[in-house]
Design a protein around this ligand. Structure first.
Ligand code: PLP
Length: 388
């Protein structure tokens, strides 16, 4: 077993930053109060949450009261979509999203369809981009929410969200952005993005797992999805995860502050990966060539199974992803690659490499030395049989 994992799966999750852990630790031990308690220990906890909310608000360029802490990115997406849909049900029953959203959005829309809502799933082009004009054309007088992701989690394509938001605002339709993959990589000014709702998840930017953030613009009516206490201004019942909230805010602040140093370094590593991979025959870069997350290098190799690539990389201590979901033994091609029009013999051979701030040129050297041989070996073993 190799000594150290070379980790190229930062879109899945990231390691907790040591500085974030240091900020969190007291709230597990000495500062264990419940933020709803009125004695000193409780007030300390509430103070910590208030500080965290202010930090997040400063980054998003919004009011602290517009920031809600949740239990994960999926919960933020659920609260945004169900919360808006149910609150505005009398106005209409139509939702608009894209075909390449994360399942936290797609499955939420599909769930709402069981209760009388209808969803338009916007197509994307071969680079994975939504056409903002399509959003305009899809809006009807029944539309109560548009939800489009900031950047795609599989292929890294950055969506024209500010433009989509502009169209939604002109048509007076609330606009939700799933910014889970963009949180540690792209600017998050909600006014510039024309966002009414925006979801984040701390574990994607070196924060703790189990903490999400939802921005809700003042004036938006949102039906809470958890009933109980009046925490989070009645938006989300449940005793607050104080340590997690402190960690999420610290991680977001550090990630955004360090963007000017980290982004050029990661982009250079990513571009080395892309250049190296494209020397392998029958290989395609997936996602937009330039409008893509700085850390995302995604590919399809014709006639190879993505899972076989992963297993071979794992033997060398390299962690990566196909970006696609496996269901009960059968490997379905990713809905993202299908929506982008990739044929099955290509989409089955997908590989997503997502870099992070601890990756080095030496990590990329190991990858580039290994992968061409792995692909060649797998192809020589017979590759894929694709049903007609
Ligand atoms: N949205 C996107 C785009 C994601 O990539 C993910 C996680 O991978 C989520 C939502 C869900 O976030 P969480 O894992 O915090 O529930």
């Amino acid at each position: 077993m190799p000594e150290r994992t070379i980790y190229f799966d930062h879109a899945a999750t990231t390691a907790l930053d040591a500085r974030v852990l240091a900020m969190m630790l007291p709230y597990f031990t000495t500062e264990y109060g419940n933020a709803s308690s009125i004695y000193t220990l409780g007030r300390h906890a509430m103070q910590a949450i208030d500080n965290a909310r202010e930090q997040v608000a400063a980054i998003l360029g919004c009011r602290p009261t517009e920031v809600t802490f949740t239990g994960c990115g999926s919960e933020s997406d659920n609260l945004a979509i169900k919360g808006m849909a149910y609150a505005t049900q009398k106005k209409g029953n139509h939702l608009i999203t894209s075909a390449i959203e994360h399942h936290a959005v797609l499955h939420t829309c599909q769930y709402l369809e069981r209760f009388g809502f209808k969803t338009t799933y916007l197509p994307v082009d071969s680079d994975g981009r939504v056409d903002p004009d399509e959003v305009g054309r899809a809006i009807t007088d029944q539309t109560v929410l548009v939800s489009v992701m900031y950047a795609n989690n599989e292929v890294g394509t950055i969506e024209p969200v500010a433009e989509i938001g502009r169209i939604c605002r002109a048509r007076k339709v609330p606009f939700h952005i799933d910014a889970v993959q963009a949180g540690g990589a792209l600017p998050l000014d909600v006014a510039a993005l024309n966002a009414d709702l925006l979801s984040l998840s701390a574990h994607k930017f070196y924060g703790p797992k189990g903490v999400g953030i939802l921005y809700v613009r003042q004036g938006m009516r949102l039906l809470p999805q958890l009933q109980g206490g009046s925490q989070e201004r009645g938006r989300r019942a449940g005793t607050e995860n104080v340590a997690g909230i402190v960690g999420a805010a610290t991680a977001l602040r550090l990630a955004q502050e360090e963007l000017p140093q980290v982004t050029p370094r990661i982009t250079a590593l990513r571009d080395r990966v892309i250049a190296g991979m494209l020397t392998i025959p029958r290989t395609r870069l997936t996602g937009h060539p330039t409008e893509r997350l700085p850390n995302n290098a995604s590919f399809c190799f014709e006639g190879v199974e993505g899972e076989s690539i992963l297993l071979n990389l794992d033997l060398l201590g390299i962690a990566a992803s196909t970006g696609s979901a496996c269901t009960s033994g059968s490997v379905d091609p990713s809905h993202v690659l299908v929506a982008m029009g990739l044929p099955l013999e290509w989409s089955r051979g997908s590989l997503r490499l997502t870099l992070g701030k601890e990756n080095t040129d030496a990590d990329v050297d190991v990858l580039l030395a290994a992968l061409p041989g792995i692909i060649e070996k797998l192809r020589s073993l017979g590759g894929l049989t694709v049903a007609a």
